[in-house]
Design a protein around this ligand. Structure first.
Ligand SMILES: O=P(O)(O)OC[C@H]1O[C@H](OP(=O)(O)OP(=O)(O)O)[C@H](O)[C@@H]1O
Ligand SMILES: O=c1cc[nH]c(=O)[nH]1
Length: 195
């Protein structure tokens, strides 16, 4: 079951807010419970956020797990930049931190965390990046928003909100830690493909 968002709210920049802070909070709480349920607890879990917004989301999920299970789930970040399949098309990308918890990922269940799942190419790159780090027992994927339009056979295990979108739209996730506010909005883009 997905959290029921507030109705889309028009904003001054023409975007429509589809999730507000409370919707996001509820979705993260639900995802945290689902991860614990699927894995029968937090043993051997490692959360790896994909920069930039996947990292604060992973931290928030870990905080919720700590309050539910009373355990500390290691959180890190995984930069996928050098593993992207469009590097030659868009070479000017800023490298982001990869920070693997001290226990590593060998034999662990790694939950990748990102804000938006779209074509699936970021997650494909993340799976490649992981192979440089270690060999987890299993890899799962948690995303705040799944907006559809997959180009690769990738699906999320835990989804905050399935958001039907057109290719002419873009989903903008804002998070308190990076943007000062929690919201998910849909923007019209000029390009028909939206990518
Ligand atoms: O499924 P995909 O088509 O790969 O799209 C999803 C990715 O796109 C966004 O990142 P973006 O590259 O826009 O950078 P950002 O993290 O700085 O927003 C988002 O954070 C996801 O990581
Ligand atoms: O709409 C989109 C597509 C990819 N990444 C985003 O953050 N939003």
């Amino acid at each position: 079951m997905c959290a029921q968002p507030a109705p889309a709210t028009p904003t001054t920049d023409g975007s429509r807010t589809v999730l507000d802070a409370r919707d996001i909070s509820r979705a993260l709480t639900r995802i945290s419970h689902e991860i614990l349920e699927r894995n029968r607890g937090a043993a051997d879990l490692v959360l790896l956020g994909i920069p930039s917004r996947g990292v604060p989301l992973a931290q928030r999920i870990a905080e919720r797990m700590a309050s539910v299970e009373g355990v500390h789930v290691p959180v890190g970040s995984l930069d996928v930049t050098m593993y992207r399949d469009d590097l030659r098309l868009k070479p000017a990308r800023t490298l982001m931190p990869t920070d693997i918890p001290s226990g590593g990922i060998d034999g662990k269940t790694v939950v990748l965390v990102d804000d938006v799942l779209y074509s699936g190419r970021t997650i494909r790159a993340a799976l490649d990046a992981l192979t440089e780090v270690g060999r987890p027992k299993a890899v799962q994927l948690a995303v705040l928003v799944d907006r559809g339009h997959r180009e690769l056979p990738i699906r999320a295990d835990f989804v905050g909100k399935n958001l039907p979108t057109s290719l002419a739209e873009r989903v903008r996730v804002s998070l308190e830690a990076l943007d000062g506010v929690d919201s998910v909005a849909i923007l019209e883009t000029i390009k028909e493909t939206g990518r």
